[in-house]
Design a protein around this ligand. Structure first.
Ligand code: NAD
Length: 481
């Protein structure tokens, strides 16, 4: 059985206690590794190491910090296949997706923030009265980075890289469901030239070590990506300490298709937006709003494309949809499909558990589903399912489309499909979301702000937004006359 160890103060080490938890391969439903369940002592050791390393790391010239991040990117790239295999085993996602999206994005995150370390700048404001202000941007100290299971190392590196680029030291916690790639990553730190203590990786559950990281008085800030309910717990527990928080939370994103769109392109986009990574992406377009004039044609095209998606072994190059992350999540998704039927919806395709032949017979697969006939306000259309389920709803005009899109407590992302650019710009302005795509989905420029409104989060990451989050601005005013 493979073991997944913590990384504290520059060494791979077992937990201070003797507790381990099982790690499953979703595609087979079997335990394949055990990871350390970190204790409060492990956290104290990691925090002490991170505090000890802080002054030197913060004083390291930006160009040297950038060099380390670039070296780390090189080491990940050299091992693309190992990381992709590990990510696919841990998550159930197709190996091809891990190889072509997840791992390249880890390297891109590291390189991007290597550049940001050198290019980040702060403001100065000259006053006519004979004074000048300059703003120092200083690192926060020890910061906590907590990430979810759907894009495990992709999202963890999206936090660790800017935290380091800005001069902080880090306590990182990957999801307990997908700890393997964070462990493999930690084994590269010293080879990349990261001094001991600069990044520490602790494994364990959210309620256990996750909550302890959030509560630790010496951890200055928490960058969290995960579910809205967990975000709320973190916000409540840090409120009294006024800890700096970045919360990237859930979504129930509208995909708005107008009758004047390029239908083939919109169909391809809707399938990608609905079902990439088994629908387990916060940005997935799970509410598909289609204008009445093309509704029947669009539904037909969609269902035939979704039926053609291959569900099965993530190692198979022909597979489009791998396994869901856990048995509990499979039950949750199937439960929502049952709820959709109770709420009067019709499942046009998919929705049943799939049992592939061979090694994946006991894995957690579900056929991608399209539902129609539900009201916008019902639970199926309001709650985040986070699986391969898309709900179709018709609308008549632009005002109704915007109203339906905004009838949600979430506000992470939206896509708009139309050839009328003025309409696209109007809808983009009125839709309540942190990210809007026009005639595309999930095209990401790493310089742009990423985050949501309403219950999809608080604050922004991405580009210099992350550098701002991981630094404290201090204004210095100098009188010179
Ligand atoms: P989750 O909230 O259950 O867990 C996320 C992480 O938080 C895990 O590492 C978990 O161990 C930890 N955690 C759980 N409870 C904690 C606590 N009390 N204190 C500290 N840490 C705790 O989420 P998940 O199920 O892993 O991920 C799926 C969710 O993440 C979905 O809602 C999805 O929309 C969201 N997500 C959002 C974004 C975004 O950028 N907005 C990106 C990816 C995923």
């Amino acid at each position: 059985m493979e073991k997944i160890y913590n990384y504290i103060d520059g060494t791979v080490q077992s937990t201070g206690g003797s507790d381990w938890f099982d790690v499953y391969e979703p595609a087979t439903g079997k335990v394949y590794a055990q990871a350390a369940e970190s204790s409060p002592d492990d956290l104290d050791a990691a925090v002490e190491a991170a505090r000890g390393a802080f002054d030197d790391w913060a004083a390291t010239p930006a160009a040297d910090r950038a060099r380390v991040l670039n070296r780390l990117a090189d080491l990940v790239e050299e091992r693309t296949e190992d990381f992709a295999e590990a990510e696919s085993i841990d998550t159930g996602k197709p190996l091809s997706l891990a190889r072509n999206v997840d791992v390249p994005r880890v390297a891109a995150n590291l390189r991007f923030y290597a550049g940001a370390a050198e290019h980040f700048a702060s403001e100065s404001h000259a006053m006519e009265s004979g004074a000048i202000n300059y703003t120092l941007r200083q690192p926060l100290g020890v910061v906590g980075c907590i990430s979810p299971w759907n894009l495990p190392l992709y999202l963890l590196s999206w936090k660790i890289a800017p935290a380091l680029a800005a001069g902080n030291t880090v306590i990182a916690k990957p999801s307990e469901l997908t700890p393997m790639t964070a462990y493999l990553f930690s084994r590269l730190f010293s080879r990349a030239g990261l001094p001991p203590g600069v990044v520490n990786v602790l494994h364990g559950t959210g309620a256990g070590i996750g909550q302890q990281i959030v509560d630790h008085p010496a951890i200055a800030a928490i960058s969290f990506t995960g579910g809205t309910r967990t975000g709320e717990t973190i916000a409540r527990s840090t409120a009294g300490r006024f800890k700096k928080l970045s919360l990237e939370l859930g979504g129930k994103n509208p995909n708005i298709v107008f009758a004047d769109c390029d239908v083939e392109r919109a169909l391809d986009g809707a399938v990608r937006a609905g079902f990439t990574n088994q629908g387990e992406i916060c940005l997935c377009g799970s509410r598909l709003l289609v204008q009445s004039g093309i509704y029947d044609e669009f539904r037909e095209g969609l269902v035939s494309r979704v039926r053609a998606l291959q569900v099965g072994d993530p190692n198979d190059a022909a597979t489009d949809q791998g396994a869901l992350i856990s048995e509990a999540h499979l039950e949750k998704v199937l439960g929502y499909l049952g709820l959709a039927r109770e709420e009067g919806g019709e499942i046009l395709c998919g929705g049943e558990q799939v049992r592939p032949d061979g090694r994946c017979a006991d894995g957690w697969f579900v056929a991608p589903a399209v539902i129609e006939g539900l009201s916008a306000g019902c639970r199926t259309n309001q709650e985040e399912i986070f699986g391969p389920v898309v709900s179709l709803m018709p609308f008549d005009d632009e005002d109704e489309a915007v109203a339906l899109a905004n009838q949600s407590r979430f506000g992470l992302a939206a896509s708009i499909w139309s050839r009328d650019i003025e309409r696209c710009l109007r809808v983009a302005k009125h839709v309540e979301a942190g990210l809007v795509w026009v005639n595309t989905w999930m095209v990401r420029d790493l310089r742009t702000p990423m985050g949501g409104v309403k219950q999809s989060g608080m604050g922004r990451e991405g580009g210099f937004e992350s550098m701002r989050f991981f630094t404290e601005p201090k204004n210095v005013c100098v009188r010179y006359d």
